[in-house]
Design a protein around this ligand. Structure first.
Ligand SMILES: [Ca+2]
Ligand SMILES: [Ca+2]
Length: 101
């Protein structure tokens, strides 16, 4: 559990750095479960960064909020961040978006 919080902390730092160094807008595209930043790419570190920024640093909301609710439990929170990190980097359980927000 401690390592999960470490990963979240590191991700938060990376997210802040990316937000500071990134400008521009996201292209409109069809999204899917885990495509939190809506760029049409498979869930990756940029989706984690986007979600962390939204939750903790006042970043933009996900284009399709249901795509960010990846843990199958209603609501977007740190559990979704943890679930997404586990899926991407640790071969965790499949994403389970909750489309009834
Ligand atoms: Ca994406
Ligand atoms: Ca959730």
């Amino acid at each position: 559990m401690k390592s999960v919080w470490y990963i979240i902390f590191i991700t938060l730092i990376i997210g802040v750095l990316l937000l500071v160094s990134t400008t521009g807008t996201l292209a409109e595209s069809q999204t899917f479960c885990g495509d939190i930043d809506g760029n049409g790419e498979a869930p990756n570190i940029s989706d984690v960064t986007y979600l962390v920024a939204f939750l903790f640093t006042g970043g933009n909301p996900p284009p399709n909020p249901a795509d960010a609710d990846v843990d199958g439990v209603a609501g977007i929170n740190v559990s979704d961040v943890s679930y997404l990190i586990n899926f991407i980097f640790n071969g965790g359980a499949e994403l389970s978006c909750h489309y009834n927000l």
